[in-house]
Ligand binder design. Structure first.
Ligand SMILES: Nc1ncnc2c1ncn2[C@@H]1O[C@H](COP(=O)(O)OP(=O)(O)OP(=O)(O)O)[C@@H](O)[C@H]1O
Length: 383
């Protein structure tokens, strides 16, 4: 059974780089529609089994539960009518229990698995219409996959493993080695260039896998549960590495995980899947603060909210004089950090957007969030 709980030591320490909530849109609920779109997925289906092609359009069976569909047709709908956009520069996490369709969905993005129906574009190009050569180039240069089992070549050195993708691309040896050396250093393995994979720890091997994917300088990195075989401390290291690389390079990443804490730590947005459908797509704050249904609510029940939610969710309107005094906090301040500021000052703090006071947080509204009391304190404030 997958680990889906998060304890206090297991959630992100800062989410200040996250987007905020906005317009409701099934494919783009975070309201980031004006940003560049890398992948655009519309009404995508992947059905396995006999006569799979007719399932998406057959209204008599398309809406059946997974079990009923299997019993009636012998088919499994691994991805069902899924729509979303992946924006340039974001870490887009696909999360869900085992069998919910995560791997199938992400493999459909580069047609490692052929979708049954629906629309799929990368940078505005129709991926489903691409011929084999174009697809091969897309996988080699534009969307690189980092697998859980790193797929390293055992007889090659670290340097040659990292340069492997460049070799396939036809890059000359000297240039390849130079670029590979740079990537090895980037993932913190300088000095180990001449070792072979068998002489490295699991975490180091995963870093080699990461360096190899980065070496080809893809527009998008696709991670398929890359760290689930690692022990918790090394896993945490690698998650931080991904966040660091993302901050430094702003590279678009699609990240599969069944681990909620991991999703909250690395994701700008999370698509939570169940039975092939996306049940909620939003920022960690939206998923934890406004679960779409009982399933999601149950999923996030054990997350320490003060480490994910920001003061936007806690603040109340300022009353006379309050807007001009007290400590100033940015709207992206986590509740746990605001608690410290309020405790230290002994009074309320102001949530400031530049010179504008958006609202006030005091002991009572911060405690309401921690205690999961969603009742607004003296009036709601539009965040
Ligand atoms: N080649 C296949 N043929 C038939 N059914 C498949 C095939 N591949 C996957 N499935 C089914 O599709 C569903 C989704 O599988 P998928 O591997 O995408 O889930 P997942 O969320 O990635 O699971 P895990 O976390 O265990 O890897 C499952 O019911 C699975 O049994």
């Amino acid at each position: 059974m997958a680990n889906l709980t998060a304890d206090a030591s297991d959630v992100p320490k800062s989410r200040t780089e996250q987007g905020s909530s906005g317009r409701p849109d099934a494919a783009d609920p975070a309201g980031q529609g004006d940003r560049d779109v890398v992948f655009s997925v519309r009404h995508l289906w992947k059905v396995f089994g006999p006569g799979a092609d007719r399932i998406p359009d057959d209204t008599s069976v398309a809406g059946l539960s997974a079990q009923e569909l299997r019993e009636r047709t012998g088919c499994t709908a691994a991805v069902r009518d899924v729509s979303f956009d992946v924006h340039k520069g974001e870490v887009f996490v696909v999360m869900g229990l085992s069998g919910s369709g995560k791997s199938t969905l992400v493999r459909c993005l580069t047609r490692l698995i052929e979708p049954t129906s629906g629309g799929l574009e990368m940078d505005g190009e129709d991926v489903r219409a691409m011929d084999r050569g174009t697809l091969r180039e897309l996988r080699r240069r534009r969307a690189s996959m980092v697998f859980q089992h790193f797929g390293l070549l055992p007889h090659r050195t670290v340097l040659d493993n990292v340069g492997y993708g460049l070799e396939i691309q036809g890059m000359g040896r000297a240039e390849r080695r130079e670029r590979a050396t740079e990537m090895v250093a980037k993932v913190g393995l300088a000095g180990l260039e001449r070792r072979r994979p068998g002489q490295l720890s699991g975490g180091q091997q995963q870093r080699v896998g990461l360096a190899r994917a980065l070496a080809v300088d893809p527009e998008v990195l696709l991670f398929d549960e890359p760290f689930s075989a690692l022990d918790p401390l090394i896993r945490r290291d690698m998650q931080e590495e991904v966040v660091r690389l993302h901050r430094e390079e702003g590279r678009t990443m699609v990240f599969i995980t069944h681990d909620l804490a991991e999703a909250l730590r690395v994701g700008d947005r999370i698509a939570l899947m169940r039975d092939g459908k996306i049940v909620q797509l939003g920022t960690p704050e939206e998923i934890v603060g406004s679960p779409a249904d009982d399933y999601v609510r149950d999923f996030v029940r054990d997350v320490p909210r003060e480490q994910v939610l920001t003061v936007r969710r806690a603040m109340r309107p300022a009353t006379d004089g309050e807007a001009g005094e007290g400590p100033a906090l940015s709207p992206d301040t986590l509740i746990c950090d605001a608690i410290e500021a309020v405790a230290r000052s002994g009074g309320a703090a102001r949530v400031m957007d530049g010179a504008r006071c958006l609202g006030i947080v005091d002991h009572a509204c911060l405690l309401n969030v921690v205690a999961r009391i969603d009742r607004p304190h003296r009036g709601e404030v539009a965040a």
